[in-house]
Design a protein around this ligand. Structure first.
Ligand code: 5GP
Ligand code: MN
Length: 318
């Protein structure tokens, strides 16, 4: 594993691509933006292309967010270097997968325990709270400016549930403290990015909580959101983020499951654990991935059958 600084890993590359994962969460947004802003400062003569599906409203306040390319237009020549951030596997790069593969040098910076090591340079720290925490370790701290600090802070904040999940270490807090010293208005950033919800998001949460059911004798909770429901309520995919974390807070529950119907017979599963169940193992067996306490997968087929299989796997760990 490389422990060189980002600018050293990138070398004299003139054309650099960066991308996070499909359906980006806060860590992906923060990592793509933080990596972009830092490299732009360090390598003013290089062209840097940060790609990601359009970041949600929770990230609009970030300086430089308008530089993210959600059109997935690539230069004609291959990239000298393509950096994947926060992706456990290459297919998670979505629209960037081909451009990544075609790059002269590929870099994989991540913290997923299920990471497949798919690049020329793989820097994976499975016990880091977030990819943004990993990225911080690859940067010269003195060269981090306020916009870069905000991007990294937001990623750490989202992947730790505002410094609360068990992935939050002493090191995480030290890094967050250092980033804070760059001048971040943390109270405002945390509130605007993490706690504030749109009205539809609030409605989506209410709907999903109302539909939730306890299974496995109260040890697991599941809520299913159908395309029909989403259409009726005007809910978008982005509005469903955070629902599974709320399900997890139910007393007595070891594992929370949120299922979103993506297409007929295609379902996106989000899993959260309260400690006993390793949901990354379960998700991996469905060709997904993630972390011990938070993981996910997409499954095709008849929902009842998939749920039966899933409950059996959870039960094995209870
Ligand atoms: P979420 O439930 O918020 O979508 O994802 C939780 C964690 O699991 C994230 O770290 C995410 O990257 C990972 N994850 C979710 N779905 C998938 C998937 O289909 N494949 C892989 N490899 N990881 C996933
Ligand atoms: Mn992450």
């Amino acid at each position: 594993m490389s422990s060189e600084l980002l600018e050293t890993i990138v070398g004299d590359a003139k054309r650099i691509g960066i991308s996070g994962h499909i359906h980006p969460d806060g860590d992906s947004v923060g990592a793509v933006l933080g990596c972009y802003l830092y490299l732009k400062n360090m390598l003013p003569d290089s062209e840097i292309y940060p790609y990601l599906e359009a970041p949600g409203r929770s990230f609009r306040m970030l300086t430089g967010i308008d530089k993210i390319r959600s059109d997935f237009q690539f230069p004609e020549e291959p990239f000298d270097v393509f950096i994947s951030v926060d992706c456990g596997s290459r297919d998670r790069l979505g629209a960037c997968e081909e451009a990544f593969q075609a790059a002269k040098k590929t870099v994989n910076i991540d913290h997923h325990i299920t990471n497949t090591g798919f690049a020329d340079v793989n820097h994976v720290e499975a016990y880091s709270s977030s990819t943004c925490e990993v990225l911080f370790g690859l940067m010269n701290p003195d060269a981090i400016d306020l916009p870069t600090a905000e991007a990294l802070y937001i990623g750490i904040m989202h992947d730790t549930g505002v410094f609360k999940y068990s992935c939050t270490s002493e090191k995480t807090m030290k890094i967050a403290g250092y980033l804070m010293s760059k001048g971040i208005d943390t109270a405002d950033l945390i509130d605007r990015s993490f706690y504030m919800k749109s009205f539809t998001q609030l409605k989506a949460l209410g709907f999903a909580l109302n539909k939730a059911e306890l299974v496995l004798g109260g040890k697991a909770i599941v809520s299913i959101l159908r395309i029909n429901d989403m259409d009726k309520l005007g809910i978008t995919i982005a509005d469903t983020e955070g629902i599974v974390s709320e399900l997890r807070t139910t007393e007595g529950v070891e594992c929370a499951v949120f299922v979103r119907e993506e297409a007929p017979e295609t379902f996106k599963f989000s899993l959260r654990s309260n400690g006993k169940v390793d949901v990354s193992v379960i998700s991996s067996s469905f060709d997904g991935g993630g972390h011990r306490m938070a993981a996910g997968f997409t499954a095709k087929g008849e929902l009842d059958g998939i749920l039966t299989q899933l409950y059996a796997m959870i039960m094995l760990q209870l």
